[in-house]
Structures are given as structure tokens and as C-alpha cells.
Design a protein around this ligand. Sequence first.
Ligand SMILES: *Cc1c(COP(=O)(O)O)cnc(C)c1O
Length: 364
Amino acid sequence: MLELVRPELRGLAGYSSARMESSRAGTLLNANESPWPQQLDRPLNRYPDPQPAALCARLAALYGVEPDQILASRGSDEAIDLLVRAFCAAGQHAVAQHGPTFGMYAVAAAVQGARVVDLGGDGAGRVDARRPDLWIDAIDASVRLVFVCAPNNPTGALADPLHTLALAQALEGRALVVVDEAYIEFSGTPGASLLVHKQSNLAVLRTLSKAHALAAARVGCLIAAPALVALLRRLMAPYPLPGPCVDAAMAATTRAALAATAARIERLIAERERVADALGKIAGVVEVMPSRANFLCVRFDSADTALALLAEAGIVVRDVRRQPKLGDALRITIGSPDENARVIRALERLATPSEAPIAEGVSP
Ligand SMILES: *Cc1c(COP(=O)(O)O)cnc(C)c1O
């Protein structure tokens, strides 16, 4: 699988940071740090561990994998960027995705000068399981990475991990299949991380940003074959994880914190189903797409009017009408019960057109 990495990077030693070269023990005069800390709750004068063993062990336990399969990253966004840079030579290689999907794959590809091949799929951003030949055929020799977002942002649809595994098997020696599981905790399924050790060209992205309520800490990870993890560690920034963020991640993944997280997830899923039901009954709502994530993708007769009604109520949602096949849709995050009630109340005014404000200045 490492054969697919850009040849000039395979042997790259990477920057050898002071913290990598020496342990924390002893008198640390090797990293040009200040000997005196600021007067903060926690001293920050020393550079952090590039890949804290305790954090990697914690994430490995959380996801049921081995620590050497974990690349801890500054959000999963950093891992997406690293993968594209490692596998795609500018002007030569491509990434494939099933649109509509998460926009960062295409952005990372554009920054690297890689093409994006859209595989289509079933319209919800999933491979069409009935026609696997369609997507295998579309993946030509230039494609190095295939992104599968499961559950998919912005539709909420969940790809079957066994289809994803079959895709990776069919692409062995040709491309790495990357399953982005930013929302998997809301799906009621374990995801694909346990399949990674079976298939070296399969990798999984996880994050603490969504279900673990830690978006500001920017902690995510790539779960991949140990050889790929080792290689990417050499390519990434020397100190990718700020100390306070690592502390926050450790605090958010204790046994007690995980129990509280599980309760929050359960509540959120119940809210999602309740909101989906309520919105589905509103005239003017064309479809509430079935969602396994913490948001709903909703099609409207007039998304402009829906946006205007929500704006009037002070509610900001994501306009996803630029995405393929979603020309009439908005993505609405599931909030607190109070916030959700306000969304429903605002959109119920779609059914009484006389009350609806004239949509203006909102273009798709
Ligand atoms: C939010 C999101 C991410 C980014 O997560 P971070 O770990 O915060 O960088 C990755 N993938 C998808 C599909 C997302 O929606």
C-alpha cells in the first residue's frame, strides 16, 4: 500500500523535533524553550509531545484498535489534508468521492493540485450497492484516494461498511479507501475501524469534534495500517497537538465522561427523530432525508422562504443548494430541545403563505 504514496515522500525522514529526540526526563535545554512558565492554570512553556502515548492509547481503546494504528491529528481535517498531500502528486493524481458530500475533500485536493472524480452514487452520497461496477469503472489509475463519508455530510445517509470493505478489496494496490466517520456515533453502528486491520488500503477518520462535544479542541485521528501511520507522522507538523487540547481530549474520554457522552448521543438521536417527524408533516417540506447523523437534510418547495423564516427567528442553518442533487435543500443541525422547537415553529409558517416573509437577497 505504501507503493501508492508519492515516491519522493516514502523515504523522507521528516523533521526531527527536539521533543521526538529526547524524553521529557532530565534538564531540557534542547528545544529553546523558556525556563519560566507564564502564570497560567497549566504551564505551557514546554513543547508538547508530538503524538502523546496516553492520548493514542485512549483513542485506540475508544475505537477498538491498536495504538500503532492511530495518527492523532489537529481535527480530522488535518488528516484529510495529510492524506491528499501524501498520495496525490500535483497535476497527476486524483481523489474520488460520492457527491453530494463533505466539501473538504475537494478543497484539500484543489490545494494539492489533484483532480476530483465524482462517482455519483445514489443521490444521498452513497455508492449504489446495486451497481458496484459503475463506481469501480469510474475509478481510473489516477485515483489514489476514495473518500466515503459515513454518515454522509450533508445528507445523513450511511454507507454499509461491508460495501466499503468490498470497494477497498476491489481497489487493492490501486487506491486507499478513506471512511470519514465524523458522525458515526449518531448512527447506532460501530463503523469500519475494526475492518482496518483486515484490509491495508482501508482507513478510517474519527473525531472528537461532534459527538464528544470538543470541536474547539481540534482533536481527531486517522485509523490506518501502522506503516502508513508511521509514514504520515514523518510528514505532519512537528507539534500538531497543543497541550491544553490533549488535556481536554483526555478529560473528555474518561469512563465517566464517556458515559455522559453516550447519554447526550441518545438524547440527540431521540431529538433528531422527533424533529424529522415534525418537519415531515409541514406543507412546503418536500422531503426530510433519513439521517443517521446529528443533522437533517431537508428539501423545500422554496428553500429561499424557509431560509427567510429561519433567519427571522434568528436561526442559522447551512445552505447546501450548491451541492449536486440538493438544489432545494438546507442542512439543519439538531440542537437542544428548545432550539429544535424554535426551528419547527419557524418552519410551520411555511404552511401559511400569507404570513411568510418575501424571500429576498438569498441566492442559491
Ligand atoms: C465536521 C467534519 C469533519 C471535521 O472534523 P474535525 O475533526 O473537526 O476536523 C470531518 N468530516 C466530516 C464529514 C465532517 O462533517
